[in-house]
Design a protein around this ligand. Structure first.
Ligand code: SAM
Length: 273
């Protein structure tokens, strides 16, 4: 029997992130999101952008928000996220210096237009309509800086064989495909295809590629997969089945290395097509 799709619309994505909110501030997540956000802030500075008004899309529990506040202390910052539980965690990290709004990007209306929009690991969750909204903002003069997982042609290319954690994911992928539970052509993979942005009317310039490699014990591995949206991103409809398969397959003592390729991109009003 095929597993039914869960993460095909905004409501389901929001429910998913709400369900993993508790696990978000796990010690393994903090260095990951913080390092990615710092790298992104450095890229913004290196490219000479001097933002006065920043909009952060998908601030989650605020790891990136905290870095944005540190790197751009003179900017006025608005951070949005549709998940109230995560927004509360973000507020407790940075307090009153950021204007937090409980909204998806689709539902967000500006009081004052931002000159820089930051999306730290959230762009790939946006709907096509939201990406079009972003394109319109770029055309109107906003700059965009984002970090996202790179979408490859196939999950196998993303997962690779070199790292134990990636190997486990690949094995789960094959086992589920073999049992007919997920489609090996993995249409549900969520990640960034820079070329796809061109079809929406703007060019996403890749300014840096970076493979993040983390080492962790088996229980942490499972926490990472579920809390970061990696299971639904890789397995789509088969996320639950994959988690079950992986939990049964791993022994508690096992240590794993997980690697995933990220891209850091800029889109500026000069790159609007
Ligand atoms: C992987 S998390 C990244 C969290 C955060 N940016 C960080 O670096 O710690 C993705 C976040 O995007 C949010 N998100 C998903 N869809 C969204 C949308 N349509 N508009 C705004 N935020 C969205 C989720 O609720 C989640 O908090």
């Amino acid at each position: 029997m095929k597993i039914k799709s869960r993460l095909t619309n905004t409501e389901n994505i929001n429910n998913y992130f709400a369900s993993v909110a508790d696990a978000y501030d796990a010690p393994i997540n903090q260095p990951f999101y913080t390092d990615v956000a710092r790298r992104l802030c450095c890229i913004i500075l290196k490219n000479g952008l001097k933002p006065k008004r920043i909009l952060e899309i998908g601030c989650g529990s605020g790891f990136a928000t905290r870095e944005i506040v540190n790197y751009f202390p003179h900017a006025s910052i608005t951070a949005i996220d549709p998940v109230a539980e995560l927004l509360a965690m973000a507020r407790s990290k940075v307090g009153g210096c950021v204007d937090f709004i409980n909204q998806s990007y689709a539902g967000f209306a500006y009081e004052k237009q931002a000159d820089l929009i930051i999306a730290n690991m959230s762009y790939h969750w946006l709907s096509k309509g939201e990406r079009l909204k972003l394109a319109a903002e770029i055309k109107a003069g906003a700059n965009v800086a984002l970090a996202a997982p790179l979408r490859t042609n196939h999950s196998s290319a993303f997962l690779g064989r070199k790292y134990s954690g990636n190997r486990v994911l690949l094995q789960a992928f094959r086992a589920l495909a073999f049992s007919g539970d997920i489609d090996i052509r993995d249409k549900s993979w969520r990640g960034l295809e820079p070329a796809a942005a061109e079809k929406l009317g703007f060019e996403l310039k890749i300014v840096e590629e970076h493979k993040v490699i983390e080492f962790m014990a088996a229980p942490e591995f499972i926490k990472v997969l579920s809390s970061r949206g990696l299971l639904p991103a890789l397995f789509g409809d088969g996320a639950d089945a994959a988690q079950l398969w992986i939990s049964k397959y791993l022994s508690h003592q096992e240590r794993l290395a997980l690697a995933w390729p990220l891209v850091f991109c800029l889109a500026t009003s000069h790159t609007a097509l």
